[in-house]
Design a protein around this ligand. Structure first.
Ligand SMILES: [Fe+2]
Ligand SMILES: [Fe+2]
Length: 476
C-alpha cells in the first residue's frame, strides 16, 4: 500500500504565501482540515500553517499584531517540512508520524502539493494490516505439524528478515546451530550465496526458482525462494525451500563423463592430427536472428564448433545406422562417415565475440565455397574416391540446384547426408534434441529446440526425394 492510496487528494487546502490571516482561516474552515498548505506563484509548496500557528497569531494582543501579517510570516517553511511522495510506502509515513509530533504530512510531486496525509487513516490502516499479518502467522502455525514433516527443507522469515519457521528437514540441514528462531542474518551468513537471493526476493517480490546452493554437509541442494505477499501486493516475508539433488547431480556428472568418453571414441575415427586440429580450431556460433534488420546477434561462441559439429554428425549417423538406414541400397556407411569427417575441412570462419551484431550474408562465406574447398582437399590430400568427393562438393546445394551431371545413384546418400549435417548443426548450435524413425526408404526426423522455427517433424523418402511435414504426414 502506498501513500497515494490513502492520502486526501481532493479536499486539502492551499493558499498563496502572501494571503492574510483571514484568508488562511477561511481556507481552513472551508476544508475542515487543521492545516493549510502554502504555495508560491508557481503553485509550488513553500510551507504549511497549522491551526495552532493560526490561533497563536490571532491570540496576540492587538498592539503586537503586525497589520501586514501574511501566511509566509507564520508558516513552517518548506526547508523545515517533512513531506512524502505519492509512491512512498505507508510504513515510511508511519515512521514519520511516530518519530515527529505531527498530525498531517504534505504529499508532493516535483514540489507541487498533490495531497495531504492524515495520521488517523494511516494508523488505522497500519493497525489493520498488523492484525492481518498476525493472523497469517497463526494460519501458518496451524499447519506446523504438516510443514514439519515435509521431505523438503523449508524456512519462513518475515520482511524484517526475522526467522519465523524452520521445519525438521531444514533443521537437519544444519543451516543454523540451533533450532531456535533468531535473526535470519545468522542463517544467511552460514550460506552466504543465499543472502543476496533472499534480499532480492524481498526487494523485488519475484520468485526465484531452482537456485543452486553451495554444497551443505557434502550434499547438493537447489532452492526455491517465494515472496509471501498481502492481498494488496505488499511483501510480508519469504518462504524458502531446499531440495536434495545430490543423486541427480551424481547422475549428471556420470552422464557428462560417459558423453566425453563417447566423444573420445568418435574422435578415434579422425584420420590424423591435422584434421582434428583444423576442426578444433574452427569456431561455430549461437545467434539470435532479427527479422526486421536481417542481422544476427552472437549469443555464444563455440571455440571448437567444427569438431563438435563433426562429432555430433557422427552420433546422428550412428543413431540412423542403428535404425537400419545403412541397409538400404545406395547408402554406404563407410562413405557417409568419411564424408562427415571431411565435409567442412575447408571451412573458414570469422572471429566474432559474444554480443556482436552482424549481417550473416556479409560476414560468413557462402557454404558452397567451403564445400568446393573441402572436396578438393579430400580428393588431393586424402585420396578420397569420386562419389565421396561429389557428396562433399554439393553438400550446400539444394537438390534442385544439382547439375544434370550429378550421379543419380548418389541421390539417396546426398539426401541422407544433408539430414545428418542439418541435424548436427541444430544439436551443435541450437541445443536441439533430435530423434529418428526409419521405415523402409523413409526417414522421419523429430527435432525439438528452443527456436520455434526448427521445432518440427518431417519425413523424407531417400529414394524419391519427396518429403512431408508433420501436418501432411498422414497423406503418405
Ligand atoms: Fe558445410
Ligand atoms: Fe557441416
Amino acid at each position: 500500500m502506498q501513500v497515494k492510496d490513502i492520502m486526501d487528494d481532493e479536499n486539502f487546502g492551499t493558499i498563496i504565501y502572501k494571503a492574510g490571516m483571514n484568508e488562511v482561516a477561511e481556507e481552513m474552515l472551508r476544508t475542515g482540515f487543521s492545516s493549510v498548505l502554502i504555495i508560491d506563484e508557481k503553485n509550488k509548496l513553500t510551507g504549511i500553517i497549522s491551526g495552532y500557528d493560526l490561533r497563536k497569531e490571532i491570540a496576540k494582543e492587538e498592539t503586537e499584531k503586525d497589520q501586514e501579517t501574511t501566511a509566509a510570516d507564520i508558516m513552517t517553511p518548506r526547508e523545515k517540512l517533512l513531506t512524502l511522495n505519492p509512491e512512498s510506502y505507508i510504513t515510511e509515513a508511519v515512521e514519520l508520524f511516530s518519530e515527529n509530533r505531527i498530525n498531517q504530512i504534505p504529499v508532493v510531486k516535483d514540489e507541487y502539493p498533490v495531497g495531504l496525509l492524515n495520521i488517523r487513516p494511516t494508523l488505522d490502516y497500519y493497525q489493520k494490516k498488523e492484525k492481518k499479518a498476525r493472523l497469517r502467522v497463526e494460519e501458518l502455525e496451524e499447519f506446523a505439524d504438516i510443514i514439519d514433516n515435509l521431505h523438503e527443507a523449508l524456512i519462513v522469515f518475515d520482511k524484517d528478515k526475522n526467522l519465523r519457521m524452520v521445519n525438521k528437514a531444514a533443521r537437519e540441514l544444519n543451516l543454523k546451530d540451533d533450532d531456535k528462531l533468531g535473526n535470519i542474518n545468522n542463517l544467511l551468513d552460514s550460506v552466504p550465496r543465499l543472502k543476496p537471493i533472499v534480499e532480492e526476493v524481498l526487494a523485488l517480490g519475484e520468485t526465484k526458482k531452482m537456485i543452486e546452493v553451495p554444497e551443505i554437509n557434502g550434499k547438493n541442494y537447489v532452492s526455491n525462494c517465494v515472496p509471501l505477499k498481502e492481498d494488496d501486493g505488499e511483501i510480508q516475508g519469504v518462504l524458502q525451500t531446499f531440495s536434495d539433488v545430490t543423486q541427480l547431480k551424481k547422475l549428471q556428472i556420470e552422464l557428462t563423463k560417459a558423453n566425453n568418453e563417447l566423444d573420445k571414441a568418435f574422435a578415434l575415427t579422425l584420420p590424423n592430427y591435422k584434421v582434428e586440429n583444423k576442426l578444433r580450431s574452427t569456431p561455430e556460433y549461437k545467434d539470435v536472428f532479427d527479422s526486421k534488420t536481417g542481422n544476427i546477434t552472437i549469443t555464444d561462441k563455440i571455440a571448437d564448433g567444427g569438431y563438435r559439429h563433426v562429432i555430433n554428425a557422427l552420433k546422428v549417423a550412428a543413431d540412423l545406422h542403428e535404425k537400419g538406414v545403412m541397409n538400404l541400397v545406395g547408402i554406404d556407411k563407410d562413405v557417409l562417415v568419411r564424408a562427415i569427417i571431411f565435409h567442412d575441412i575447408g571451412k573458414t570462419q570469422p572471429n566474432l565475440e559474444k554480443g556482436t551484431v552482424v549481417n550473416p550474408c556479409k560476414i560468413f562465406e557462402d557454404g558452397k565455397n567451403h564445400a568446393a574447398r573441402s572436396a578438393e582437399f579430400a580428393k588431393n590430400f586424402y585420396d578420397q574416391e569420386e562419389d565421396l568427393v561429389s557428396l562433399i562438393y554439393y553438400h550446400h546445394h539444394k537438390e534442385e540446384e544439382l547439375p544434370a551431371s550429378f550421379p543419380g545413384h548418389l541421390l539417396p546418400s546426398f539426401r541422407l547426408f544433408k539430414i545428418i549435417d542439418g541435424c548436427s548443426a541444430g544439436i551443435t548450435r541450437r541445443d536441439a534434441v533430435v530423434s529418428f524413425d526409419v521405415q523402409g526408404t523413409k526417414v522421419t526426423i523429430h527435432e525439438q529446440n528452443t527456436h520455434p522455427m526448427f521445432n518440427l517433424t518431417k519425413t523424407i523418402d531417400l529414394f524419391s526425394g519427396s518429403w512431408w511435414s508433420q501436418a501432411l504426414k498422414n497423406k503418405d
